[in-house]
Unconditional design. Structure first.
Ligand code: GTP
Ligand code: MG
Length: 510
């Protein structure tokens, strides 16, 4: 079912609590102790980072006021109004600019999917227009542009044109709007609008505000050149010695700095969270993939967490969230849900979210989910891999990545062609046991943990030591001689210490 977020201006929505501290629902689990039995523990990121709570609260109130100012209504917000859209796709049919691995039809289908994501926007018309070089100012050749203009003018119900290019300059936008008599949006504006509709946490909102700065800057340039023409030269603001352009630029720069600082602050708290996760030694698994491939659905299936909301919508998830689950040997792990990728996602937008993605570098394993039913699944894979490559992740993370082919319930007798790929249906729960086994294998390698059985004397301190320092899975008591066989998951260093402390304990390696 489509549960699209209703788009309201930012200011109308209350700011959510800062998303920073990792806290289990009831009490924080001790080391090696799973977050909650049964595989459904919900991990929330909530305000405050521990330590001196009162000071923090005061500081937070101040921050809150600052943030509210930064996150005030944006001049670029498109507003909640309905739009009836003509999607225009400039198609390069030949030459070096022709995109590989896709067709104009598939590209326009994705553009339509982006528009469909917005609740009260509808696509009335899809137009593919050939062009040699979509990067040119007017995108189309003269003849094609005229034909297109006539076509658009004959569509009286259309209120906006979505020009499926990464970005158009505000000057071009204005000229096109004048020629067509309707609003014109590029991919950047549409994706930004979707992000704005879906942003829930402060961090996501700040990232969007940051992504807007380059747009505001280029708008400013045009406003100023228009003003200059109107005013015929008097460019200084009285007495300040600063031109209008300089003042506005300074204000933008200050705003950008404030946003970056606020983000930095949130991130510092997040790194604390990371240390906490590390301390508890829960392996971290980042679930990544193209938007709408089923990441959230998979995490929901793996953790049994009912609060997660997968949606048939692009960019449903904008915030990184952590969720606890269990592997077959009862090892507790944390799955991290991430923002989805998109081909030709405007560069600035990716950049503003890349700090969020940098978190991935701290995980122990990446699971790459693919929607194998999507006609562009190969292009999507290439996009995801190229973004991952640009994140400068440690090479062992890229090498150990688990590739998952999702939605196989929609294809009869699906068999992956890629070696090592696992076929699953996150929605129907097929293939999840095999996936968990595979994840466990890789996690054990990545974290240097071992699963082994040790023989202990029940009268000695071994058992309580193991409970404290490792994850105890099974205890089989031998009443006749007062010993027990204990199956544990244990890290390398703990294992070394165990051997030193209890040299006589018998160890059975698997
Ligand atoms: N048929 C089928 N549909 C699935 C499966 N997994 C996910 N879906 C559907 O695909 C859509 C997207 O699922 P999500 O889990 O929200 O995808 P996501 O990757 O988290 O998407 P974003 O957060 O928007 O990037 C939803 O409508 C899901 O019900 C599957 O195994 N089979
Ligand atoms: Mg999601």
């Amino acid at each position: 079912a489509v549960v699209a977020a209703r788009c309201r201006p930012l200011s109308a929505r209350p700011l959510s609590a800062a998303a920073v501290r990792l806290r289990a629902p009831h009490r924080p689990p001790g080391r090696g102790e799973p977050p909650r039995a049964g595989g459904g523990g919900r991990w929330k990121e909530v305000a405050g980072a521990g330590g001196d709570e009162e000071d923090e609260e005061e500081e937070e109130d101040e921050d809150e006021a600052d943030l509210e100012e930064l996150l005030g209504p944006s001049p670029l917000a498109l507003g909640p109004g309905a739009q009836r859209v003509a999607v225009v796709h400039p198609a390069v049919k030949w030459g070096p600019k022709k995109p590989p691995l896709t067709t104009a039809e598939l590209q326009i289908a994705e553009a339509v999917a982006l528009i469909d994501t917005l609740q009260n926007w509808t696509v009335l018309e899809k137009i593919i227009i050939p062009t040699k070089n979509p990067d040119k100012k007017f995108i189309f050749g003269k003849g094609n542009f005229q034909a297109l203009t006539e076509k658009i003018k004959k569509l009286p119900h259309v209120t906006a044109v979505f020009l499926n290019v990464e970005r158009i300059s505000s000057l071009t936008k204005k000229e096109l709007e004048d020629a067509w008599g309707v609003k014109v949006f590029d991919r950047y504006t549409v994706v930004l609008h979707i992000f704005r509709c879906n942003a829930r946490t402060k961090e996501a909102k700040l990232q969007i505000a940051l992504a807007e700065i380059p747009l505001l800057r280029s708008n400013l340039k045009n406003d100023v050149s228009r003003l200059d023409q109107q005013r015929g030269g008097s460019r200084y603001i009285m007495g300040s010695g600063e031109t209008f352009m300089e003042t506005q630029n300074r204000i933008l720069k200050e705003k950008e700095l404030k946003i970056r600082n606020a983000l930095e602050k949130l991130r510092r708290k997040r790194s604390l969270l990371r240390t906490q996760r590390r301390k508890r030694e829960f392996p971290i698994i980042s679930v990544m993939g193209y938007t709408n491939c089923g990441k959230t659905t998979l995490i929901k299936a793996l953790t049994g967490e009912s609060g997660l909301q997968p949606r048939d919508q692009l960019f449903a998830t904008l915030d990184i969230t952590a969720h606890a689950g269990y592997l077959p040997s009862h090892m507790a792990v944390i799955y991290v849900d991430t923002i989805g990728f998109l081909t030709d996602l405007p560069h600035n937008l990716v950049e503003s979210f890349s700090a969020t993605l940098e978190e991935v570098a701290y995980s122990d394993l990446i699971v790459h989910v693919r929607d194998i039913t999507h006609p562009e699944t190969i292009l999507q894979k290439a996009t995801v891999l190229s973004v991952l490559k640009n994140l400068n992740l440690p090479s062992h993370l890229l090498d150990s990545m688990v590739e998952v082919h999702n939605k196989v319930d929609l294809i009869e007798r699906y068999k992956p062609t890629e070696e090592n790929a696992l076929a699953i249906s996150a929605l129907h729960g097929h293939g999840l046991e095999e996936l968990k086994e595979e994840i466990e294998k890789k996690i054990l390698t990545a974290t240097g943990k071992k699963i082994l059985t040790v023989n202990i004397n029940l009268e000695g301190p071994q058992l309580s030591w193991l409970y404290k320092e490792a994850t105890v899975q099974e205890v089989e008591v031998m009443p006749e001689d007062g010993t027990a066989r204990v199956k544990v998951i244990i890290g390398n260093s703990a294992f070394g210490r165990y051997r030193n402390l209890f040299p006589n304990s018998k160890i059975f390696m698997p």
